[in-house]
Design a protein around this ligand. Structure first.
Ligand SMILES: [Fe+2]
Length: 247
């Protein structure tokens, strides 16, 4: 019997501030709510918030607001930290029980006969401990595995982000990923732009941001749009499809 299609909502780079003040002139709270309450999210099985929930440096007000907004959802909500998050503060508002190892948040989640892995790249690298853990855990899984992390593990062709803020140990990470035959799809954020890339046998999907999109052609920061964008992922028996939405 085939597996049911698993639909995941991925909201990334929300960048909520401590209070209701606009963030760089953008109503990031409203942007987040537009994504959360959009029709595209009505039939999801799982919601992933893939880092940079907080705007600058782990503002508690950001986690308070987001956790209150998602607490009524009927589906699991999984969070991973980005470079603007603080794990110690995040853990006061989200259930990270059993997911924090040392000062990193990494874990796997089984749902609808699939195994999803989540890594912590908040400090700009993926630690060796996490890579070793992933390698071992992946061998225990029969079928494909799917991975979420905040930073894309490769350059994406985004001039500003590739130059200034790409994952620092991407060569090490890529080498480990290449040794994991059943790792097929990697879902990220961080770049404030949508990309779909081939990385060897793996496909890298980079979700846009609900805060704003950054122009990928300019070598410095140029705002492309302050409209919220988000992604859904559908994983079927023989396919993975993503869709990007905006308001
Ligand atoms: Fe980020």
């Amino acid at each position: 019997m085939g597996c049911k299609v698993l639909k995941i909502g991925q909201i990334s780079d929300i960048h909520i501030g401590e209070d209701e003040n606009l963030v760089q002139g953008i109503d990031v709270r409203s942007n987040f709510l537009k994504s959360l309450h959009s029709k595209s999210m009505e039939d999801i099985d799982l919601l992933v918030l893939s880092g940079d929930l907080a705007n600058e440096d782990g503002e508690p007000g950001a986690y308070r607001f987001i956790s209150e907004q998602v607490k009524g959802l009927k589906v699991p909500v999984l969070v991973i930290p980005g470079n603007h998050d603080r794990l110690d503060t995040m853990s006061k508002f989200f259930d990270l029980e059993g997911k924090i190892h040392g000062d990193k948040c990494y874990f796997k989640h089984e749902i609808a006969d699939r195994t999803l892995f989540f890594l912590d790249s908040a400090c700009g690298t993926v630690s060796r401990d996490q890579l070793d853990w992933l390698k071992v855990e992946a061998t225990k899984i029969q079928g494909e595995i799917f991975l979420f992390m905040h930073h894309p593990p490769c350059f994406c062709g985004h001039r500003f982000m590739d130059t200034k803020y790409s994952l620092k140990n991407k060569e090490e990470v890529q080498a480990v990923f290449a040794e994991i035959p059943n790792l097929t799809h990697i879902f990220c954020g961080h770049y404030h732009s949508h990309f779909e890339l081939e990385m060897g046998r793996q496909k890298v999907h980079v979700a846009p941001s609900t805060q704003m999109q950054i122009d990928s052609h300019a070598p410095h920061f140029i705002l492309k749009s302050s409209a919220p964008e988000w992604m859904t992922v559908e994983i079927g028996e023989n396919f993975v499809e993503t869709a990007v939405y905006l308001r």
